[in-house]
Design a protein around this ligand. Sequence first.
Ligand SMILES: [Zn+2]
Length: 371
Amino acid sequence: MGFWSIRLFRIFGIRLEVHLTFHLLWILFALFGWQQAGWPGVFWFITFLFLIFVCVVLHELGHSLTARMYGINVPRILLLPFGGMAQFERIPRNPWQEIVISAAGPAVNFALAALLLLAVRSPSGILVETFPMGWTALVNALILLNLVMGVFNLLPIFPMDGGRIFRAALALRLSYLRATTIATNVAKVLAVTGIVLALFKFEVLLPALLFAFIYFGGHMEHKMVQRRENMTGVFVGDLTRKHYPTLRADQPMEEAARLLELFGYDEIIVMENGVPLGYLPAREVRRATRKNHLRDNVALHARTRFSVLQSGWPLDPFLEMIAQNPQRLYPVYSFGNLIGVLDTKNLENLITTHRLRQRDLGRPGGDDIPL
Ligand SMILES: [Zn+2]
């Protein structure tokens, strides 16, 4: 999301980012305030939006700090116009942990509502019909907002908090994939119901968009879980390739350009004394060609910050890293020896092929294939 989000600051070591579309809300709120009461209205609504923003961040911090308690790292919180999203390094596979983490967000909203209620001590004034601009109205609006946010997030529509709790509760009994499939299907039915109700009964567009957003969010996450599940039991060594393009560190870039032209490689491993020194992306070779740097040693242009893998490692925990790194070829070691590379292009095809092969080999040959 690099381009579309703006980094604000770090809070408890978590990067807080705001999606650019979030800023549309400032304009919308200001316009609405202006319509209501001119400049004081603008001031009131902008303050209100800022406080909504604070509540959303606190909600996400509820999830994040609880996740961290279980040793799950949370690199960033992203704020979208529809709400926040805490990005976990991994999703807890222990159902009880997922239940506690998911409940922690709405719990923050209920706690905030309770605190604010204590502060104003006028529960009768919660519902604000018109907006008399003032502090009490602001606090009342915030109480209402937190109650709505808490309740709405608890709807059992995966991947909303309530849906996650539902999935985790199912996962206590069923397999993780099965639980996710059921939770996603229920969520799709509920989200479509929500869209239809919003559009045709209440004739409001925004909640309909929100439900559509949730529908696709659930769909994507289900796909991801499927992919993950497909990957359990696959090890780095299973997909390692013995042959791969290499160059010595002291060879000229000219040689890299020639290899690229002949074989169309995307990346070349640069070796020094039989050990990988780094990798050379095709992009870098083309740049060197443009800038007439073809006489340079390849070592000069190689990326020397790179990751290596061990053949005995399960693949699953590294997928996130692989997806985020620019590196494509990962040197693979086994007991200290370089045995090949993992080529992450078409990784999914590789895995499927491996799966099929595994299945064919795993089946006792006599069954249906006469040898
Ligand atoms: Zn939440």
